[in-house]
Design a protein. Sequence first.
Length: 208
Amino acid sequence: MDKNQEIIERLRKEYADVDSALEYENPYELLVATILAAQCTDVRVNIVTKDLFKRYPSPKELAQAELSEVENAIKTCGLYKNKAKNLIACAQRIMEAYGGIVPHTEEELTTLAGVGRKTANVVLAFAFGLPAFPVDTHVKRVSNRIGFAHSNDPNKVEEEDKKIIKKEDWSKAHHWLIWHGRRVCKAQKPLCGKCCILDLCPYTDKNL
DNA sequence: ATCCCGAGGG
DNA sequence: CCCTCTGGAT
């Protein structure tokens, strides 16, 4: 079997049981949770959103929310001033431009405040089940280390990864790479000794 | 100190 | 490319 495909199969097996901590049932909730997730742990996002979605169950309520209220509600997630302002602006645009429905294309999603390609593709993949491959810092780092990608540009990484990974696996591979990056292939001190693809990986930790 | 499933602006 | 935004866990 091809070396890259062997890597994919091992990651598939290793992370078969991991489910995304940020998967919410509806697109609105997933969008909000993903915006909040920047520079914040998934655990805290889940705590904050639990209360947030009671107060603002849909874009309709969030669009009319008081800025200071939203700021206080999400304060523990960090970057709260930007996020609060963006969330409200987001909801307003969803109401005014999209009739209260979260849009289904990357072009439309990225017109929303605080929504870049990563967040847009998360929504496409995990709320709408469309073929998308969101690239975050973990995906970027791990892809480069295992030799799938050779660039710091997320767009280039996406392009290279998509050639190696079958379309049906794109969204799943996003999670495999993220969890591998979080648990093993860490930015600072990667745990190469615990890596399931060590023998296939061109990268070796200098501090190993 | 360092990191957490980024985006926007210069 | 760089910088800023940010609280909380470790």
